[in-house]
Design a protein around this ligand. Sequence first.
Ligand code: UGA
Length: 460
Amino acid sequence: MTSEADDQIICIIGAGYVGLVTAARLAEAGREVRVVEVDADRRAAVAVGLSPIFEPGLDELLSAVVASGRLRAVETMKEGVAGAGIVIVAVGTPPTHDGEADLSQVRLAVDQALAEVAPGAVIAIKSTVPPETTRALGRDSTRQDVTFVMFPEFLREGSALEDLRHPSRVVVGGEDVAAVRRVAALLGGPDTTRLLCDSVSAELIKYGSNAFLATKISFINEMAQLCELTGADIEKVADGMGLDPRIGRSFLGAGLGWGGSCFPKDVRALETSAGYHGQSFWLLKAAIEVNSQQRRRFTAKLLRGLGGSLEGRRIAILGLAFKPFTDDLRQAPALEVVRQLEDLGAQIVATDPVALDRARSLLPRATLVADPYEAVTGADAVGLVTEWPVYRELDWGRAIGLMRGRLVVDGRNCLDGTDVTEGGGVYVSMGRRTRGLPPQAPGSTAEGVYSSTVPPVPLG
Ligand code: UGA
């Protein structure tokens, strides 16, 4: 055990998404950072300044801070925590079978850190943990000279570094005010809003933020369905609602719904936590249900657009990552949609600018190709799943010319449809009118073919 805790030295446990980006940012801001990582491959990559994940700007920053000696990847906790004033726990809290957060990695990291950490150090929990976890860790600690705080993370994949350089807020919760202040000083500048509170509130700020945003998306997706039933346009509705500063336009993007490593896990964990306290959090149950319905609605649009059968039909899927600018496929809507389509007999050709390597083992039945034009060649329909700019900027006239059919279902409302219809395609989106159909006789139900009522077929 080292004798003095120095806040200039930061130890981060876990070189996962949050750990790695936070480490790089803190080193960039001038701290001496050590990342404790058990996975040898990950550690080796970081040691030479290479990011094991795709995140814009991270490779460049990592190589700079590793070269300058301010960031080191280490194997043992002893090396990691020696002299560190602040130890940040950024290990995973994956969902258990029951939807709870599995805290075993957090507990192990804390136990190992407590055995080595300098007196006076603060252990900051950055992993997303259920209410009362941080307090319990402090209560059960074998070291009364070490303080615990909750230090929730709000960064988004794809813009993680920018989020850390200019945080919307820094939240730190704990019972020891001095420790809370030490951790709050790590991120942001003089103009950053810092919210200091108790640890349980900090835990709930994290869960509440993700759950609220996810609910907002599910709300707009329900509205999108009503738009389809009434002939309104969800993009106009969202624009109009979003102009109210109390509502705001962000996270009113209708489409395939939320995925990723955070929203699905955190919404369920919050709902489960509430359940333990005897509360039925109905709103979250509904948000989860609507989200899973969105995938089925998208599949239904393809099914109906192709005349009710997908047997032997070839469908091109554009985008696999759970959102653009990441190669993360965790809980990606694409995985669910591809499986549903395959179960209905379709042959899938999928493409993504960065996620193909990760997708290979997850989608063994699908053909994966790098070039979007190759993906659409000979396709009966195209399903746009991830709103990568490259798909928005596609030469849709050319793409439709390469297809066998002409149906394009935009699961993210990221095209305005004109490119598709001018190229001779039929454009179907989420919560907006179908475009590109030949004019119909009054009373005709042709548009109904492309509508998105969840079909009565089993869709996974
Ligand atoms: C989310 C939060 O936004 C971060 O603040 C938080 O720190 C992070 O989780 C976490 O807990 O670590 P992230 O998972 O990177 O960040 O992704 P988001 O940009 O929030 O998107 C989540 C999902 O919602 C994506 O699948 C996205 O496509 C979907 N989404 C987003 C919509 O369907 N509509 C929208 O309007 C916005």
